[in-house]
Design a binder for this molecule. Structure first.
Ligand SMILES: [Zn+2]
Length: 212
């Protein structure tokens, strides 16, 4: 595989001798298995806005968060196995605002981490969440967790397509902002390798009567 074009949003790979089945596995793993971070749960402390709790929570859940794959684990792979999570599997944020004399719009940049120096943050600060009229107030606690696109599309890291041009095969990956395109690709390759290794191990165990 060879990188032929790369910027902060997308990457194009010349697949060269890569078999189509492997390239397609990689494409599917990008869409379904590469984990990213999004709001999984919203605790409504106060919501006197015109949006219902459900609509507000749904809007927030679709915001891509800059994802930290090094320091956080998937809930299903975390030792805590608790619904609320621990320091290794959940990042807590607060969204708070009140319109007093004039209207106030809360944006994704108003989502603040509970812990200073957190790398995880909304990818884009300019996403409007809710418009408050004078007297309306919102206070929410947000639980951001790693998840996979196969569980919910809000965790899908981007677009991945295979195409053919001038007799060559390419893989094109475009990021939604959770991870940079190269990170997405590297993680996908790692997942493919791990899956192949675990299939190999299972196969060896099944046929592993080498002593006889
Ligand atoms: Zn945990």
């Amino acid at each position: 595989m060879k990188v032929v074009a790369e910027d902060s949003e997308s990457i194009t790979i010349d697949l060269q001798e890569t078999p189509h089945s492997v390239a397609n596995a990689l494409r599917r793993i990008i869409l379904r298995e590469v984990p990213t971070m999004a709001v999984e749960e919203v605790l409504i402390i106060e919501n006197s806005s015109s949006l219902t709790n459900e609509v507000l929570a749904h809007r927030i859940s679709l915001i891509p968060f800059i994802t930290d794959l090094e320091n956080y684990r998937l809930p299903e792979e975390c030792d805590c196995q608790s619904r609320l999570g621990c320091d290794k599997c959940v990042v807590r944020f607060v969204l708070k605002g009140e319109a007093t004399d004039s209207k106030l719009t809360l944006y994704s940049r108003d989502i603040k981490p509970e812990k200073e120096g957190e790398k995880v943050a909304p990818f884009n600060g300019d996403i409007p969440i809710v418009a408050l009229a004078p007297g309306q107030r919102v206070e929410l606690e947000l639980y951001v967790r790693l998840g996979k696109g196969k569980r919910h599309s809000k965790w899908t890291p981007g677009v991945a397509t295979l195409y053919r041009e001038d007799g060559k095969n390419y893989l094109y990956v475009e990021s939604f902002g959770f991870l940079n395109p190269l990170e997405i690709l590297k993680k996908a390759v790692k997942i493919v390798k791990n899956e192949v290794a675990s299939i190999q191990k299972a196969f060896e165990e099944m046929t592993g009567d080498a002593g006889r």
